[in-house]
Ligand binder design. Structure first.
Ligand SMILES: [Zn+2]
Length: 46
């Protein structure tokens, strides 16, 4: 749940990730502002 780069809470990926525990962690550690790793679209070629 925590970002390995900055140690803050990473943004929720889906609705199930929005938990009270996550909210509490965000208030303690803050929200990760790192850019999410984006896979190059051309990398997936069938
Ligand atoms: Zn981060």
């Amino acid at each position: 749940m925590l970002c390995l780069s900055c140690g803050r809470v990473r943004p929720a990926l889906n609705r199930d990730d929005y938990t009270s525990e996550r909210a509490r962690l965000i208030t303690q550690h803050g929200l990760c502002v790192c850019k999410p790793p984006q896979l190059p679209r051309d990398a997936r070629r069938s």
